[in-house]
Every structure is written in structure tokens, then in C-alpha cells.
Design a protein around this ligand. Structure first.
Ligand SMILES: NC(=O)c1ccc[n+]([C@@H]2O[C@H](COP(=O)([O-])OP(=O)(O)OC[C@H]3O[C@@H](n4cnc5c(N)ncnc54)[C@H](OP(=O)(O)O)[C@@H]3O)[C@@H](O)[C@H]2O)c1
Length: 280
């Protein structure tokens, strides 16, 4: 298996790469363009952006310049908190689609479960899906309670839930919930923004396998059947973060890393997010 061929099959049959490049806080312009070009040359086929990241246009330019056939790529973008509502979501999608310079987006996600809004917004994503404008639709930062609430009225079950997921926040119950509902879990901040690379247990396991701590962290997510999207704008890191298909963590390694869980987040808990200031 290689980065180019390794994919999970979503509930609707669409193939989604197990590994993608995250581009949060990759500056629009040369920084994000070079990162995406390096990733695509390395064999990455999945890029995770969002309207909030303010770099969709540059991501679009990079995918055009790369020469990689469109049907080999898997482009994810997300609707920000001030883009909720049925009509607003349709308009937001169109803005993102144009910036990316694509006819169809592979995966469109609701970025955060804005209270009182996400069910109506989901209706718009269902329409985009039925109209063939997106190949898959999903959510991000949804807890099992948010999903329960959404599923009461949803016609289509989200195909993906992208949440914070790494050894300090091993969301086992949410992972099981998603697996039981045929929702692919995708983990953001797999490296703890770099913090987890310094963890002794991770370093020891990396040494044992002759791999880097980053590779061990990505591999841990993949072995839990969680899609991983490490971010880097550094060419050498982009390349090495993808070398995760030539080794396997054994049961002891997995148990050790699972044991690092502290239910601790680097980001916000979805129920404590400052929605008021981000929905304006
Ligand atoms: N849905 C959401 O709400 C949400 C929230 C956060 C993130 N995300 C997505 O998830 C992606 C990943 O999360 P993240 O960007 O927050 O954090 P991350 O991937 O855990 O960590 C990225 C940081 O680690 C550094 N790094 C990467 N590879 C490294 C390596 N091999 N050795 C040393 N340092 C390394 C990067 O530095 P350099 O770039 O300088 O190399 C960057 O500072 C995001 O880019 C975004 O696409 C989604």
C-alpha cells in the first residue's frame, strides 16, 4: 500500500485517502502553494482546507499547476460559522468552489456545530450532494450528541466527521459511535501541533521502528481507522510524514500510545466554542 493508493471507502462508495495534507495556518500565496505542490509531487492526493483558512485560492492554483489529473485528487473544504443557514450555505459553497477553481468539491464539511443552525445548514449540504456539486458531505467537531440531534432530521447521514484526535485526546467512544453509524472519523491536529513529537513514549516507539515521532503519531491514527491530515509547510516534513505505509505498530505500541489519553484538547471543546464572536 502507498500514499497514492491507500483509501477508505465512505458510506456512499466514494474513496477518500487515508492520509492528506492539512493547510490550516499555511499562508495564502507561495507558502501554501509550495506545500501543496510538494505534497502532490510526493504522492499525497488529499488536501484539507476551509474558507476560514483564507487560502483556498492558492490551494486551487497549486492543484492546477501540479498537473495531477482532477479525478485523482480529493479536495476538502469547510463552511465557516458565519456561513450557516440554507441559502447562506449554498452561497458559501459557491464562493469556495470558485476560489478552488473546481467544478465539484470532493468533501464539504460544516466546520463547527453552531447551535440552532447546523440542522438547517445540513439541508443545504444535502442539496449540494443531490445536485452533484459535492462527492461527499460531512461535519466537523460534532460530538455524538450533535450527531444524534442531526440524525433526527437528516435525510443523509454525514459521511465524515472531522474532529480533534491524537493520543492525548483518544476519542474512543466517538470513534465507536461513528463506526456504528458508518461515519468515517478524520482526526485533526494529529501531531498536537508539534507538541506530541516531544513525548518520551512516542520517541521510544519511533526509535524502536527506526521512524520519526510524527510518523508514529500518524500511523497510530491510521491503525485506529482514522483518516489523518498532518499539516506542514516544510518540504522535508511533508515528505517524511507520508512515509507511514512501510511499518506497523504492534499491540504493545498501540496500548502504550492509547494509554497517553488525558481527554486533553489543544483546541476548543465544541460545546465551549466562542460561537458568538465567530458567527457575525
Ligand atoms: N476541523 C477543524 O476544526 C480543524 C482544526 C484544526 C486543524 N484542522 C485540520 O487539521 C490539520 C492538522 O492540524 P494542525 O495543523 O492544527 O496541527 P498538526 O498537524 O498536529 O501540527 C502541525 C505543526 O507541526 C509541525 N510539523 C509537521 N510535521 C512535522 C515534523 N515531521 N516534525 C516536526 N514538526 C512538524 C508543523 O510545522 P511546519 O508547518 O512549520 O513544518 C506545524 O507547526 C490542519 O492543518 C487542518 O487542515 C481542522
Amino acid at each position: 500500500m502507498s500514499i497514492q493508493t491507500s483509501a477508505t471507502t465512505l458510506a456512499n462508495g466514494v474513496k477518500m485517502p487515508w492520509l492528506g495534507l492539512g493547510v490550516y495556518q499555511a499562508e495564502k500565496g507561495d507558502e501554501v502553494k509550495n506545500a501543496v505542490l510538494t505534497a502532490l509531487q510526493t504522492g499525497y492526493r488529499s488536501i484539507d482546507t476551509a474558507s476560514f483558512y483564507d487560502n483556498e485560492e492558492s490551494v486551487g492554483e497549486a492543484i492546477q499547476e501540479s498537473g495531477v489529473p482532477r479525478n485523482e485528487l480529493f479536495i476538502t473544504t469547510k463552511l465557516w460559522n458565519n456561513e450557516h443557514g440554507f441559502d447562506e450555505a449554498l452561497e458559501a459553497f459557491e464562493r469556495s468552489r470558485k476560489k478552488l477553481g473546481v467544478d465539484v468539491v470532493d468533501l464539504y464539511l460544516i466546520h463547527w456545530p453552531v447551535p440552532g443552525m447546523f440542522k438547517e445548514t445540513w439541508g443545504a449540504l444535502e442539496k449540494l450532494y443531490k445536485d452533484g456539486k459535492v462527492r461527499a458531505i460531512g461535519v466537523s467537531n460534532f460530538t455524538d450528541q450533535h450527531l444524534e440531534e442531526l440524525l433526527k432530521t437528516a435525510e443523509i447521514t454525514p459521511m465524515v466527521n472531522q474532529v480533534e484526535f491524537h493520543p492525548r485526546l483518544f476519542q474512543k467512544a466517538l470513534l465507536e459511535y461513528c463506526q456504528n453509524h458508518d461515519i468515517q472519523l478524520e482526526g485533526w491536529r494529529p501531531l498536537g501541533k508539534g507538541d506530541l513529537l516531544e513525548h518520551d513514549a512516542v520517541k521510544e516507539i519511533a526509535d524502536k521502528h527506526g521512524k520519526t515521532p510524527a510518523q508514529v503519531l500518524v500511523r497510530w491514527a491510521l491503525q485506529h481507522n482514522v483518516v489523518s491530515i498532518p499539516k506542514s509547510v516544510t518540504a522535508e516534513r511533508i515528505r517524511s510524514n507520508a512515509e507511514v505505509f512501510d511499518f506497523e505498530l504492534d499491540t504493545k505500541d498501540m496500548d502504550t500510545i492509547n494509554g497517553m489519553n488525558e481527554n486533553a484538547r489543544y483546541g476548543m471543546h465544541p460545546d465551549e466554542f466562542d460561537y458568538a464572536s465567530t458567527t457575525k
